[in-house]
Design a protein around this ligand. Structure first.
Ligand SMILES: CC(=O)CC(=O)SCCNC(=O)CCNC(=O)[C@H](O)C(C)(C)COP(=O)(O)OP(=O)(O)OC[C@H]1O[C@@H](n2cnc3c(N)ncnc32)[C@H](O)[C@@H]1OP(=O)(O)O
Ligand SMILES: NC(=O)C1=CN([C@@H]2O[C@H](COP(=O)(O)OP(=O)(O)OC[C@H]3O[C@@H](n4cnc5c(N)ncnc54)[C@H](OP(=O)(O)O)[C@@H]3O)[C@@H](O)[C@H]2O)C=CC1
Length: 291
């Protein structure tokens, strides 16, 4: 293994997933987030997702303990200094990511690779906010990371070949498949998936069907594993809105206009599963449709 140490910025759902799969593949993982409570919650989440694999007899208890022993978390950015690859998986907001790069780059080894898990933002523009555009690229994991086989790789205009090769090797070592996307708004998966989700929200907004009807229609009528509203809640409605906004701004086509109901939900703080309420209410035993 050419790289030993993986840094992860952002202890949210994607940061947890990337830590889970990287530690199982034998990497040492350092998670960084601003909030120490977030880090503790992330370590507990990863413990839970690894335990799920033990319960399903996919890994042994020893493998789980070995993976857990490789993960550390800290709110001190200096702990990222020894990392070989750092993957930023913080909130989908360009200004947040830019601030993070300004804070983190001076700490990193000059030869370290910096990657972003962004769902939609321009890799070239984000790279220009770092001190290493040639060693910066998109490594876009899918949610839930432990289950989904795909990782989209996206080069910015300045990304060099050794960086791209290293990213490919890292993804292969996680036993995941790669597709390569050009650096256009939302790349491939979200360019196709998010307009479908946004249309499902319009379908709800215009009263064509209830939450349950729309999700059931797409699960049973199109064989989707989750209904589009359930999936929107799973991704996070703030992330869905950011992606639609990037598509709308970046492609200047009204077909990408975020549904006003999506905007309203995000304004209300109803962000989906992670906030306890979105198109479903998650506070009880089972999710309850809200419309
Ligand atoms: C926004 C972006 O930038 C890009 C994106 O990621 S877009 C989102 C892409 N993801 C999707 O579209 C997910 C669609 N949904 C699914 O594929 C499935 O519903 C699902 C895999 C999430 C759950 O599958 P399911 O059959 O309903 O549930 P369940 O039987 O509980 O789980 C299936 C397996 O996944 C695992 N799993 C489910 N959720 C998990 C999670 N959050 N974390 C880890 N593992 C999980 C389970 O342990 C189970 O594993 P085994 O088969 O080894 O036992
Ligand atoms: N959700 C999904 O399905 C997918 C998301 N992605 C992408 O992955 C990234 C993360 O998404 P996701 O995990 O869902 O988001 P979450 O909201 O679950 O997590 C984001 C994390 O980043 C933290 N954060 C915010 N600002 C900073 C900062 N300045 N320094 C360090 N940490 C910070 C947040 O902390 P706090 O809560 O305290 O603000 C939070 O812990 C986004 O770019 C998203 O587009 C990619 C694929 C799929």
């Amino acid at each position: 293994m050419a790289f030993q140490n993986i840094g992860i910025i952002g202890a949210g759902q994607m940061g947890c997933g990337i830590a889970h799969v990287s530690s199982l593949a034998g990497y040492r993982v350092q998670i960084y987030d601003l909030d120490p409570d977030r880090i503790q919650a992330a370590l507990a989440t990863i413990n839970g997702t690894l335990a799920r694999l033990v319960a399903g007899e996919k890994i042994t208890d020893e493998e789980r303990n070995a993976a857990l022993s490789k993960i550390s978390g800290s709110a001190d950015v200096n702990d990222l200094a020894p990392m070989d690859i750092v993957i930023e998986a913080a909130t989908e907001d360009e200004s947040v990511k830019r601030k993070i790069y300004a804070h983190v780059c001076p700490v990193l080894k000059p030869e370290a690779l910096l990657a972003t898990n962004t769902s939609s933002l321009s890799i070239t523009r984000l790279a220009s906010a770092t001190d290493r555009p040639e060693r910066f690229m998109g490594i876009h994991f899918m949610n839930p990371v432990p289950v989904m086989k795909l990782v989209e790789l996206v080069r910015g205009i300045a990304t060099d070949e050794p960086t791209f090769r290293a990213a490919k090797e890292y993804v292969a070592s996680l036993d995941k498949s790669v597709t390569v996307s050009e650096d256009f708004p939302a790349f491939i998966v979200n360019r196709i998936l998010l307009p479908m989700i946004n249309e499902a929200i319009y379908t709800l907004y215009e009263g064509v069907g209830s939450v349950d009807a729309i999700d059931t229609a797409m699960k049973l009528g199109a064989n989707h594993p989750m209904g589009p509203l359930q999936l929107a809640d799973f991704i996070g409605l703030d992330t869905c809105l950011s992606i639609m906004q990037v598509l709308y701004d970046g492609l200047a086509d009204s077909k990408y206009r975020p549904c006003p109901l999506l905007v309203k939900y995000v304004e209300a703080g109803w962000l989906g599963r992670k906030s306890g309420r979105g198109f479903y209410d998650y506070r009880g035993e089972v999710p309850v449709p809200t419309r």
